[in-house]
Design a protein around this ligand. Structure first.
Ligand SMILES: Cc1cc2nc3c(=O)[nH]c(=O)nc-3n(C[C@H](O)[C@H](O)[C@H](O)COP(=O)(O)OP(=O)(O)OC[C@H]3O[C@@H](n4cnc5c(N)ncnc54)[C@H](O)[C@@H]3O)c2cc1C
Length: 297
């Protein structure tokens, strides 16, 4: 118990930097791994103490989506995030939020700046994604342009305030790169759900940095057993649809692993055969590669 308290005290109010001027920090926490186990034992009874130790029980809960015991644990954080990133974050409705008010106070004088090598190109295959970086010279131009734009927006905002315009109206043209701060309180189950979605490579790079930091710097040391199970069964685990499972079964039945695309296409789901582009087939291929059942060309 003392070790858990020590970890909490080491973490409390420690600001973990994210992006160029953001941070996440733990304000308070209620519960730990044993608290999850304790809640679970109410439903399973004393008998479980003999048949499974804490780690085994926690792993069972995670594997079987028996999630309410994880709702017994809560974390309160203070976060500083650019508004565009916050807009994605706030979609997670199962947290309690109290955000810095730019009606009441002057907006935080900080905007997220993109370095010349930080400009990403639009992904060709995924409309929501990015891939690769722009050329150095273009990146430098974009960064200079961004700096001028952000400075101008701030100057206009400050001028409105100086002229006595209400803060609630003066703020309307501040860029989405402006940082905001909020208290964010969430239970462990919903936090892991947030991390699962936002640590994933499909999430935008910026929010991924926050999710990775919360996961590795805060959740991991506070809840080592839950974190381990989360990595094993959610992050590093893999879900196969019926169609994908049947592809694997057909490959197993054929007795040989596909060495090329033709071999993979021979085992694909019948519904995909006539499709020129098929995202589900692409996802299936990627899973087979990850499983070591298909070699990348
Ligand atoms: C990669 C990615 C791309 C995205 N793209 C878009 C996009 O293009 N457009 C867009 O609008 N959003 C987008 N989102 C946001 C996404 O649709 C979810 O709103 C967001 O991830 C929050 O997830 P959630 O609802 O599961 O979380 P929470 O709001 O925390 O909810 C957790 C769980 O509680 C339950 N729950 C919560 N509220 C309700 C409710 N009212 N009714 C029933 N069940 C509820 C659900 O089971 C839910 O999964 C994207 C998210 C990701 C990760």
């Amino acid at each position: 118990m003392a070790r858990v308290d020590e970890t909490v005290e080491t973490l409390r109010w420690k600001k973990f930097p994210v992006l160029d001027d953001g941070f996440v920090c733990l304000v308070d926490v209620m519960g730990d791994d044993p608290a999850v186990v304790q809640a679970a034992r109410v439903s399973y009874g004393e008998g479980t103490r003999h048949t499974s130790d804490d780690r085994t029980l926690l792993r069972y809960l995670m594997r079987h989506w028996h999630t309410t015991p994880m709702e017994m644990v809560e974390l309160k954080m203070l976060v500083r995030v650019p508004m565009d990133c916050w807009r994605q974050w706030i979609r997670h409705r199962t947290a309690s939020v109290n955000e810095y008010s730019t009606r009441y106070s002057v907006a935080i004088d900080a905007t997220q700046a993109t370095p010349p090598d930080g400009w990403r190109c639009q992904a060709a295959s995924n409309r929501q994604g990015s891939e690769g970086a722009v050329e150095e010279a273009t990146g430098a131009e974009l960064t200079a342009e961004e700096e001028a734009l952000q400075r101008h927006a701030r100057d206009v905002y400050q001028r409105r305030l100086a002229l006595g315009i209400a803060r609630e109206q003066a703020r309307k043209d501040l860029p989405l790169s402006t940082y905001t701060e909020a208290y964010w309180k969430v239970d462990l189950h919903n936090l892991l759900h947030f991390l699962h979605l936002r640590m994933d490579e499909h999430a935008q790079w910026e929010i991924r940095q926050y999710a990775q930091t919360i996961g590795h710097e805060i959740v991991r040391p506070l809840f080592p057993l839950s974190w381990e199970a989360f990595l094993d069964y959610r992050v590093e685990g893999m879900q196969l649809s019926r169609l994908e499972r049947e592809v694997v079964a057909r490959l197993a039945q054929s007795g040989k692993l596909p060495t090329d695309e033709t071999g993979f296409l021979a085992a694909q789901d019948p519904a995909w055969v006539d499709l020129k582009r098929c995202r589900e087939r692409d996802e299936c291929r990627a899973k087979l590669v990850r499983l070591g059942l298909l070699r990348v060309e």
